[in-house]
Write a protein of this length. Structure first.
Length: 373
């Protein structure tokens, strides 16, 4: 019997960091295989996690629940036969739907002698409100389908903001254990208590989940935007909002006395009339990815200037996540991570070449290629 854990989280939430904490502290001593599913042409995290002694099966051709679902059983079987792991951790794409990955596991669990242990979603506490509003179809699904929700970056949040985020999460999932303690303060026992209490519950819930998924996929209907519907769909209408100086927009950017009407021409990524929240979208329909390898050497100041623009505006499209490994001057190498409004650059050891991956909406790929070439 092999335990399987799903660790999901929207773009840049901190899944990789939390996985390392689980492997090093909570599941210490277990033989673990990580199945990684990156949305984008180039996988960045594989080498980082190999350094921790984890076997990696990278799946970069699409999200597990879509293009890879036909190969999912075969891939899991190969992993189990080759490594005989105690535990398999599946890290779906940041824009994948946890419910679809869960269904894929339930569909093959009896055939492969696996048990679904925990469904964990990592959320960036500072950006929860923004992502719920603008990309709720994907973000909310991850929260609603989890039995453990882990808030990241709470060490940078005021208590009232943590409480506000917690309230929003509970509105979407009353049953999940929600971890709010900063990660560097979390002892292994506390994490273990949160993530391993669901074995008996899973046995009871499996039949209910299967029935729910079957109903979901069989229930097809069509209606126009704004038409009343008995189902739990989210409908979105044009709305105005006004930002005071320095106030953070729900679209993830900072505006100064900025006012606009959200409609078909809105470029902030909220979707306006495009109804990004409809539950039939696949990630590939809503999000775009850009990936490239580059041998260009970057001065740190130049790289900071590039990331500043990517993090704070929409000059290159709406950038929701960017990460990369780039060669610097004087035999230095840099690794960067970026989410709306913030980024981090770290020095690291040399890689075989420089590489960049950017995920967002309406990306201007030709301009991105220019700045990283």
């Amino acid at each position: 019997m092999t335990n399987v854990d799903i660790i999901s989280g929207f773009l840049g939430a901190g899944k990789t960091t939390f996985i390392k904490k689980l492997v090093n502290e909570v599941f210490k001593g277990e033989k673990i295989v990580l199945i990684e599913n990156e949305f984008g042409e180039i996988g960045i995290d594989g080498g980082f996690l190999k350094d921790a002694g984890i076997e990696i099966t990278e799946m970069n051709s699409g999200c597990i629940c879509c293009s890879l679902v036909g190969d999912f059983s075969k891939s899991l079987k190969e992993v189990i036969e080759k490594f005989s792991p105690d535990r398999i951790i599946i890290e779906p794409s940041g824009v994948g739907k946890l419910s679809d990955v869960e269904k894929a596991i339930l569909d093959v669990k009896d055939e492969l002698d696996i048990v679904l242990d925990s469904k964990i979603t990592v959320v960036d506490g500072k950006k929860t409100k923004m992502y719920m509003k603008n990309f709720g179809e994907f973000f909310n699904n991850q929260v609603e389908s989890a039995n453990v929700v882990v808030m990241s970056r709470t060490q940078d949040m005021k208590e009232e903001k943590i409480e506000e985020c917690l309230k929003s999460l509970k509105e979407h999932n009353k049953e999940a254990n929600i971890i709010t303690t900063p990660w560097d303060e979390l002892e292994a026992d506390a994490v273990l208590n949160a993530v391993t209490k669901f074995d008996e519950e899973n046995e009871l819930l499996e039949e209910v989940l299967k029935a729910r998924h079957e109903h979901h996929h069989e229930h097809e209907h069509h209606h126009n935007h704004g038409e009343s519907c008995e189902c739990e769909h989210e409908h979105h209408h044009k709305h105005d909002h006004h930002h005071e100086h320095g106030e953070a927009c729900e679209c993830g950017h900072e505006h100064h006395e900025h006012h606009h009407e959200h409609g078909g021409g809105c470029s902030c990524g909220c979707g306006g009339e495009h109804e990004h929240h409809h539950h039939d979208h696949h990630a590939e329909e809503v999000f775009a990815s850009f990936g490239m390898e580059t041998v260009h050497k970057f001065e740190k100041g130049t790289l900071e200037d590039i990331l500043e623009v990517l993090a704070d505006g929409s000059k290159y499209g709406v950038v929701l996540r960017a990460k990369g490994v780039l060669e610097g001057e004087e035999d230095k190498w840099y690794e960067f991570d970026l989410v709306p409004g913030e980024y981090e650059i770290r020095e690291r050891k040399a890689d075989y070449t420089g590489k960049v991956c950017v995920i967002g909406t309406e990306l201007k790929k030709d301009k991105l290629e220019e700045i990283f070439s």
